[in-house]
Design a protein around this ligand. Structure first.
Ligand code: HEM
Length: 228
């Protein structure tokens, strides 16, 4: 309780100069666009399908592999859906490759920009992500947390407190004016990468649905889709 009170006060003291405030402001419009991609809309309406969710996990795996080494929860979910040989089966669309390529590139050239990507993914996972996890569980009727490890943060008892702590750590990173502007620009880019990943996945699913439909109406066998 005491910590909660203290962090809350710290949050109230944040100023317009704080990186956490600026980053939220510059990505506000991007957040609205990300929320309104077809994939995120079907998520929110509880209409997320297994092929959509499985493909999304494949992309998240590639993205987090580039963002960090700690991947155990996504690996667990991929094994649940794709089986033990999931490594041979996962599908990585072009937009996801571009995203992970960017992460590796800035890791070498401008590691401070990684902050923008960590912000976009982790604070997102701890915000809307928590709601999406519950929706995913209901929409696909997943039991015992199977396939949902990605959304679980067993080490985080209060997502809100954790987010506040994360923001105050972000604000204490020392950056020159130029670096700070670079981080803010990179955050907008990070959202853009995410939006492109969702659009790419959605396109792949539409193509695979069409293939499936034509394979049902044609007598000639059509190559089986790898997505189902
Ligand atoms: C924060 C919802 C998609 C990144 C939030 C918050 C909500 C939310 C309710 C808390 C806002 C606040 O504390 O003021 C959603 C919903 C989504 C979605 C419903 C889609 C269905 C995304 C995506 C990303 C993202 C795709 C990026 C990949 C973030 C970030 C924050 C956030 C970084 C933290 C903002 C801050 O406090 O600075 N989201 N979100 N969200 N979301 Fe989303």
């Amino acid at each position: 309780m005491e910590t909660e009170k203290k962090t809350h006060t710290a949050a109230e003291q944040m100023t317009d100069r704080d990186l956490s405030e600026q980053i939220k402001k510059v990505t506000k419009e991007s957040h609205v666009r990300a929320e309104n991609t077809e994939l995120m809309l079907s998520f929110q309406r509880g209409k997320v399908t297994l092929p959509q969710y499985k493909l999304l996990l494949c992309s998240l795996y590639e993205i987090y592999q580039a963002l960090e080494e700690e991947l155990k929860s996504i690996e667990k979910d991929l094994e649940y859906f794709y089986g033990q040989d999931w490594r041979e089966k996962i599908v990585i669309p072009a937009a996801t490759k571009r995203y992970s390529h960017r992460l590796r590139q800035i890791g070498k050239e401008n590691p401070e920009f990684l902050l923008a990507h960590a912000y976009t993914r982790y604070l997102g996972d701890l915000s809307g992500g928590q709601v999406l996890g519950r929706i995913a569980q209901k929409s696909m009727d997943l039991k015992n947390g199977d396939g949902l490890s990605f959304f679980a943060f067993p080490g985080v008892s209060s997502p809100n407190l954790f987010k506040q702590l994360y923001r105050s750590r972000m604000n204490s990173v020392e950056l020159t004016e130029e670096e700070r502007n670079g981080v803010l620009e990179e955050a907008v880019r990070a959202f853009e990468f995410n939006i492109q990943v969702f659009e790419d996945l959605q396109k792949m699913l539409t193509v695979s649905d069409n293939n499936l439909q034509s394979s049902m109406t044609q007598s000639k066998p059509v190559k089986a889709s790898t997505l189902h």
